[in-house]
Design a protein around this ligand. Structure first.
Ligand SMILES: *Cc1c(COP(=O)(O)O)cnc(C)c1O
Length: 406
């Protein structure tokens, strides 16, 4: 990207599943001068974004905003609610679930990693009945938290968080429910309060269409109560003082002012479009993408249609083909970035992001770039995927504005 002596014509196609492209409107909002973070103007901004972000998480409870990437908010969720040596039950959905589990170990927790054998769990998402069975065995209530990833960005598989809640309740278990929806928020329906989630972790650079750099913990009264007894060391991540100062729109330290300008703009855009329209737009583009992949004769990483991700599609390569070599061709020839295979899927798949500021023609151009890259790289392709995607998009008009005007 940083070619100082050469700038390719047109926009780079950033079709990785986060960071997602940042709309010009948000970039412009972020270019306002940085203001005094203790002054009156800042308080108004703080209150606006803290209130607006609650609507995105569908919560009435506080949402803590950290000047950190999503990884920081993972740590905040664990360190604010748990104590050294606590048992936590995590579910292996993919690379991000694995990283969160590694973090839990580093912090001195005792994670237990449930999962399906091999890469099955990487293709099917959380199995709530396994969580229920494990919690039923834990009659002493040694397990203090259940941690799951809502949209596993390494695979393109979502998980049914309401079903995880029901599983915990069915087992009559008091464990906290901690959920990572770093890439799911503002792409797929998410209901922090209704689903009884205790801490929801999210980040700025995926569905919220912001650059990386801020992340979130939506909390429940039960999580705040747990925090009073939690003994993991924490200072920067401690949410107590932040929540207190946020009541007047301020932070105990210097917040990321310009990213908060961006967040304010993103909230206007997302809430202006309407969350349901945003989710429908994501579902529709994801379906068009999957139709193209099927027409190519390639396999979709997600093996359970009920949990297809609206955020990204994982495309598996036939045996003997290096997915990263295909990505390289596409990058070099068409100036487009696709997501690499992570962890167990390294070299075996690539990921097409279709989240955030993406429309029909962004997707069609993306699919055209992928199709040309597949052919150049010598990947056997059954047929063009473009007509399948186009036919679907044409058959399903997405014109909420025109509908509203009619
Ligand atoms: C992106 C992502 C992360 C990591 O967030 P960073 O901002 O890179 O720290 C964690 N979990 C999921 C599901 C993600 O998509």
């Amino acid at each position: 990207m940083l070619k100082l002596d050469f700038h390719p014509a047109g926009r780079h196609f950033l079709q990785i599943p986060g960071p997602s492209p940042v709309p010009d409107r948000i970039l412009r909002a972020m270019s306002y001068p940085t203001i005094d973070h203790r002054g009156p103007e800042f308080g108004a901004l703080g209150l606006k974004v803290l209130d607006g972000i609650k609507k995105i998480f569908k919560t009435q409870q506080p949402v803590v905003i950290y000047p950190a990437s999503g990884t920081g908010a993972w740590e905040a969720a664990l360190s604010n609610t748990l104590s050294p040596g606590d048992h936590v039950l995590m579910f292996e959905t993919g690379h991000f679930a694995t990283l969160w589990k590694k973090m839990a170990e580093s912090l001195g927790l005792k994670p237990e990693f449930l999962g399906l054998p091999g890469i099955e769990g990487w293709r099917r998402g959380v199995q709530p009945q396994m969580i229920e069975a494990r919690l039923r065995e834990d009659t002493q209530h040694a397990i203090k938290a259940v941690c799951v990833v809502h949209n596993e960005t390494s695979t393109g598989v979502t998980s049914d968080i309401a079903a995880v809640r029901r599983a915990i309740d069915a087992a009559g278990h008091p464990a906290l429910l901690l959920v990572d929806t770093i890439s799911g928020l503002a792409c797929a329906d998410y209901r922090h309060d209704e689903w009884g989630v205790d801490v929801t972790v999210s980040g700025s650079q995926k569905g919220l269409m912001l650059p990386p750099g801020i992340s979130f913990n939506a909390v429940s009264p039960k999580a705040i109560e747990a925090g009073k007894h939690a003994k993991l060391p924490r200072a920067f991540w401690d949410w107590t003082e932040i929540i207190e100062m946020n009541k007047s729109g301020y932070w105990p330290y210097t917040p990321n002012t310009n990213l908060l300008y961006g967040l304010s703009e993103a909230l206007d855009m997302i809430l202006g479009e309407g969350l349901d329209n945003v989710f429908a737009r994501h579902d529709r583009l994801a379906e068009a993408c999957r139709r193209a992949v099927r027409a190519w004769g390639l396999e979709i990483q997600c093996d359970d249609p009920s949990v297809y991700s609206p955020v990204l599609t994982g495309v598996m390569m036939p045996d003997g083909i290096d997915a990263d070599a295909v990505r390289k061709v596409i990058y070099e020839r068409f100036d487009m970035s696709l997501g690499t295979g992570l962890g167990k899927m390294k070299g075996r798949m690539f990921r097409i992001g279709h989240l955030g500021d993406c429309n029909d023609l962004t997707l069609m151009a993306t699919l055209a770039g992928v199709e040309m890259g597949l052919q150049i790289a010598g990947v056997p392709v059954a047929a063009s995927g473009l007509p399948a995607a186009m036919a679907f998009l044409m058959s399903q008009p997405n014109t909420p504005k025109l509908k509203a005007a009619a």
